[in-house]
Design a protein around this ligand. Sequence first.
Ligand code: NDP
Ligand code: MG
Length: 382
Amino acid sequence: MKTISVLGSTGSIGTQTLDVVRRNGDIQVTALAAGSNIALLEKQIREFSPKVVCVWEEEKAKELRQSTADCQITVVSGMDGLIEAATEASAQMVVTAVVGMIGIRPTIAAMEAGKDIALANKETLVTAGHIIMKLAAEKGVRILPVDSEHSAIFQCLNGEREHGNQIHKILLTASGGPFRGWTREQMKGIRPEDALKHPNWSMGHKITIDSSTMVNKGLEVMEAKWLFGVTMDQVQVVVQPQSIIHSMVEFEDGAVIAQLGTPDMKLPIQYALYYPSRRFLSGERLDFWNLTNIRFEQPDLENFRGLWLAYQAGKAGGTMPAVLNAANELAVRKFLNRQIPYLTIIDMIEESMNAHKKKENPTVNEILDAEKETYELIESRW
Ligand code: NDP
Ligand code: MG
């Protein structure tokens, strides 16, 4: 029986991961971690019987210890606890579904302990890709993408590179989000409730806002660069509003291989958990007799400047992607708390990048210093 640890078990990806586990019935969950949702954590503990459970805040961890006193579990907290959940001895694979750069340290700790990673937490690859990919090679651990586009690319590549075939380019598809076709002038008054309405996918709040600004697609270009060893210029973003084609790979001979499906994250999650096997997955299937309309568009880099900035950050490398990502994380939090207007998210990213003195090949501490520096700059200017 395969044994996994799920970091971010109460979130959108975390709950869908546990749903896949529940449906298949042949994976053991040995550790769970979440931020503060102890009510749901308790239900998950009673259903999946993990050994270790981490709650970020110690106060909440205390409450959970009391309410689960009849269960055989260890409840831990904070970053040490998150690392303990990521490195639980019997786990073979860690599903990283926490949101944000908080995922860097536990992901590295899990890899150092020899665990495969089912990676949803893209912020870790965006900011520390050079460390993660090197470590994966050194430790011989697998990084299996959960992000739907990267899972699609991974599926398109199946076997190709083992035959010596190179990627000519990656065609990374994007829905364009709820504001596709809008001008900056029209975007001025966007409120959190407007931006939280994604046309095709149901996801956590942070990534839903990122999808609306297309910063998510920018993060995904960087994620693809690290996962598949290509340059930023080899990743072409293609808007495909229906989210039916999850991404494509063009090879040297011009052949393009695509992966298609309904927008359901359980497919990439299950593929990562069972790779290289494909299991039955219930749910809606594509009906090609009724697919009358698959359209493609070029992304609008003028009105969706966040995507353009991400290309600049990815090409600059070093600590620059960490600055873009940290500025975005803080700005999105402020926007969701109604402290700043929508377009200020992009201004905060741009000003943080302009003010930053880039460090090449940063260590984890230098990446986290860049995050802190960015937070301080934003707090001092806005
Ligand atoms: P959610 O906001 O739905 O869930 C985040 C999870 O992380 C929750 O379980 C949350 O706990 C937990 N968490 C938050 N802070 C901490 C902390 N300090 N310590 C431990 N756990 C914490 O996010 P998503 O599931 O949408 O996204 C997770 C990751 O996956 C992101 O990196 C996102 O970009 C990526 N992703 C998501 C997709 C999706 O469809 N949702 C698609 C592709 C990628 P609590 O509930 O207690 O707050
Ligand atoms: Mg995605």
